[in-house]
Design a protein around this ligand. Structure first.
Ligand code: ZN
Ligand code: ZN
Length: 478
């Protein structure tokens, strides 16, 4: 590259070019050598595939082909390897710029290992990348040939738009030549319901994709991020937002929200769309042209547990949903098996919930916070932590969710759902007894509370601290 006339090139000194070419050669060799390692760091297609396409490294055709191969059960790693092999032929340092960019590194932390290899073998490389993923802010050492153009140097331009340099033969125009491969998907990714027949003015869920003029009557092959917490689903003309988290806890949960703010189970949604007889929501509901059955098979959605139909008109204390619920023998609160911490012991008659088990104030003894923090995570401590966690869950699932207006639903609810996944990790660690002391649990919660809050209804860190002190009978005395 860098041989044809762009005004940037004219400012590159011969010395620079020499350095560039030698780096490119070494980098190309390393890239070839470590394709497997790089591929193995990529555990999900989004956003790598999208970034490679949007920045012009791969054509839209190649992008779609790779996406399709995933549907055919080729692993992400294999699909990435295939792409990298193709990119190897036209290897350029700009590719590393994209591969080790902040956006990518944040999504694939395991790539750091490959990045270290490159950096070790060619320390100069960081001058050629948009950001040094490890030593941010230390890249003042610009190449001496930089001609003093500072931050807006040719190099930086180069990294920000590799496509503009020489890849003119690869173009998003390819997307126009869409093959009539499957039936056109009816879904739109924005999650906003439209009248049948009207054109979705903003069909791009992925920023950076140029809008194309559509051929008349042809539905756009809209890319959907299947890994998102909320998926736009369609059944005939009916559209809604599927909350994965809810479906994953049981298909009898009202997990699909429609524009009018109503909630449906997948079966109810199917019926509403006019498929009363089908009784096969896995096949009749689609997202981005794929059936939910396929998305479950591809593990974009965890399969909902198969439960016997024991319906209950009550609502779970934690998540405020109905479905299969279990009652506490003492207080008669009801919970989903998995919403309670630890999970409800469904086989046990006379089962008591965590709220009841932690109710009795632990005598009149008081502790200092420092004393509590060093306590080992014995069953009693674990139960108290479970109680604290339940309260946080209830504030997020029970209060925040139902109160989000539809206009911002997908955006705000996604934030909330991502927070819940973080909370799930803490819950998992707690139940697996990975926290050996009370302190390690409290630290994890402190970190959790650094995530910006999604609503006023949410429990704050101060609330949490207050509960913590009450639960552990902490009273600081001077
Ligand atoms: Zn629940
Ligand atoms: Zn109870």
């Amino acid at each position: 590259m860098a041989t044809e006339g762009s005004h940037c090139n004219t400012r590159m000194s011969a010395q620079y070019e020499e350095k560039y070419n030698s780096l490119k050669k070494t980098a190309g060799e390393l890239f070839k050598k470590y394709k497997v390692e790089i591929s193995n760091a990529i555990n999900k297609a989004f956003p790598l595939f999208e970034i490679l396409r949007d920045r012009g490294f791969i054509t839209n055709e190649k992008y779609k082909e790779s996406r399709e191969s995933l549907i055919k059960r080729i692993s992400v790693q294999e699909a990435v390897y295939d792409i990298l092999s193709e990119l190897e032929k036209t290897f350029d340092l700009t590719l590393l710029g994209a591969l080790f960019s902040k956006a990518i590194m944040e999504n694939y932390p395991d790539l750091k290992d490959s990045y270290r290899i490159f950096k070790k073998e060619m320390p100069d490389i960081k001058d050629f990348l948009e950001t040094d993923a490890e030593n941010k802010g230390q890249s003042d050492a610009q190449p001496s040939l930089d001609q003093g153009s500072g931050k807006n140097s040719c190099l930086n331009l180069l990294w920000s738009s590799p496509f503009s340099m020489n890849n003119t033969e690869i173009s998003n125009e390819d997307s126009v030549e869409r093959r009539n491969r499957e039936e056109a998907p009816e879904v739109s990714t924005s999650g906003v319901k439209r009248k049948p027949g009207t054109v979705n003015p903003e069909n791009n869920s992925t920023p950076g994709i140029k809008k194309k003029k559509k051929k008349t009557g042809q539905q756009p092959d809209v890319p959907v991020n299947f890994e998102a917490e909320i998926l736009p689903v369609t059944c005939k003309k009916k559209t809604g937002l599927l909350i994965k988290r809810k479906l994953e806890r049981g298909a009898t949960r009202k997990c699909i929200r429609t524009e009018d703010g109503n909630w449906f189970t997948p079966r109810e949604f199917e019926v509403r769309a006019g498929y009363e007889k089908a009784n096969n929501w896995r096949n009749s509901l689609t997202c981005g042209g794929k059936t939910l059955k396929l998305l479950i098979e591809l593990k974009y959605i965890h399969p909902p547990p198969t439960t016997k139909k024991v319906e209950n008109s009550d609502k779970c204390v934690i998540c405020q949903d109905g479905g299969k619920l279990f009652g506490c023998a003492t207080c008669h609160k009801v919970f989903h098996e998995g919403c309670h911490i630890p999970p409800v012991e469904i086989a046990r008659s006379g089962w008591k919930c965590t709220f009841c088990l932690t109710r009795n104030p632990p005598s009149h003894q008081h502790y200092r916070e420092s004393e509590v923090l060093v306590k080992l995570m014995e069953p009693e401590e674990l139960l108290k932590c479970a109680f604290l966690l339940l309260i946080v869950y209830a504030s997020l699932e029970g209060k925040v969710f139902p109160n989000i207006p539809h206009e911002n639903y997908a955006k705000e609810a996604s934030q909330c759902l991502e927070k819940l996944r973080k909370l799930d990790k803490i819950k998992e660690s707690l139940l697996k007894e990975n926290y050996h002391s009370v302190e390690s649990f409290v630290r994890a919660m402190d970190e959790f509370f650094t995530i910006p809050s999604c609503s006023d209804a949410e429990l704050t860190q101060d609330d949490f601290k207050k509960n913590f002190k009450e639960q552990f009978a902490i009273q600081e005395t001077n």
